[in-house]
Design a protein around this ligand. Sequence first.
Ligand SMILES: Nc1nc2c(ncn2[C@@H]2O[C@H](COP(=O)(O)OP(=O)(O)OP(=O)(O)O)[C@@H](O)[C@H]2O)c(=O)[nH]1
Length: 492
Amino acid sequence: MASLFSTPTSTSTSYLFRKKSSLYGTVFPLRCDRKPGNLRSTGYFEISCRLSTRAKESSPSPALNLNKEPHKYFDQVVITVRSGDGGHGAVLNMPNQKATKPPQGKVEKEKARRRGLLKRDFGGSLILPTGGHGGDVVIYADEEEDTLLEFHKKGRYNAKRGGNVAAMGVLTSQLRDGVAAPTLRIPVPVGTVVKRKRGTLLRDLAQPGDEILVARGGQGGISLVEMPERSKKKLMALTTNVMRDDSDKVLSLGQPGEEFTLELILRVVADVGLVGLPNAGKSTLLAATTLAKPDIADYPFTTLMPNLGRLNGDPSLGAQMYTSEATLADLPGLIEGAHLGKGLGRNFLRHLRRTRLLVHVVDAAAEDPVNDYRTVKEELRMYNPDYLDRPYIVVLNKIDIPKVSERLPSLTEEIMRLGSDRPSTLDTAQTLSTEGGNADVPSSGVPSRDRKEKGIEDYPRPIAIVGVSVLKGIRTNEMLKEIRAALRMCRD
Ligand SMILES: Nc1nc2c(ncn2[C@@H]2O[C@H](COP(=O)(O)OP(=O)(O)OP(=O)(O)O)[C@@H](O)[C@H]2O)c(=O)[nH]1
């Protein structure tokens, strides 16, 4: 535990991301890959299907709502996927050798011989062509994807059907299987949870490249050989695919594809979550320590969707330079009642789920900073008490304002009093593990109702309290040092 009010000595070691514009002209935050110096970044957003419903209720034009209020739709959506039907097989006749003109010359004879060589398996049975397999539907996590917003514009994804056996009605060695349809691969942002509409979790696509087969394409139909009754017995010795009566024709039809309604839910994948009331300086902190370029303004709720930035490792660690690198998520400001959906509400609280470390950003120049801090902690507790068990740091921001420096010692003391000595009990690895369930369900296994009865004083104190001015760059190095040290602690 540390209170840091000393003068910064080292230069800032963070490297930041480039910013990316969204489809809608707003700047959306991004996630960078982890290679040092590589600024390829990915943003992320999401959508909701509840969203589509809400959109329908509130406006005749969902598209308009998407443009105006993407933050309501960016992390949840319902889509329908359908795999392709299998291609049809064919009903074939055996070639009538007698009816054709006998081949003339050596070459023609050889060609005719080859044509006449029907394909057979090792047991000598005829191999008959089958219809092509229908296209599967696969959803995969792609770092290039930032948002689920696009899914609100297009909610249905159909894979192609398999090709039919292109038969002229006669079995020849030239016949080919119908063409298999390609797999329809749908990219989603890393951190997307895929669920059946009724709630069954299919997969948490938490890592780039994770994928799930959500609908299997239909099998192609088989081909059947049709023969007059008298020759059937002889033919049945050659193949079992003999048409006995008209009802057998159904066997040559390709199987239909599968159709499912799926819910996609995006949860931010970040090591550090910045939380605080609106206007506390969260976006300014992100912009000062990473390459992210979030919107910053002197009015509340400038941040509408989570902004992500990449914090580089600490070069002073030498060979371990990047062990403390991390992704920071700047979440929209919380207000009292956020856990009930007030302000931007619950939508954003769930994005803390995968973070290892929380950074409470408090406007130390506000009228009652301790009460502000308390409000945010209460909201976290009401939403999911596990969040209070998570390691955290308090950043008392805006110390460049004269009155703030004087209040720092008393603010620090009061904040320290709002916590117990009990160490964090939450297994953060568990928090970050594959999960796709309800964000309200605590991961510690203790019923949240019991845990909500505890006051915020019963939960652990912050690992550190740091007085900074993220705008003026005062003591930001000390703050970064604490963040990195806490991250190392979480990882050990
Ligand atoms: N004096 C001073 N002003 C600051 C400091 N940090 C941020 N601000 C100002 O505080 C205002 C709000 O900053 P933001 O970074 O947008 O705050 P936020 O917490 O992201 O706000 P929301 O997006 O509403 O959640 C802006 O006008 C910033 O310039 C600081 O260290 N000192």
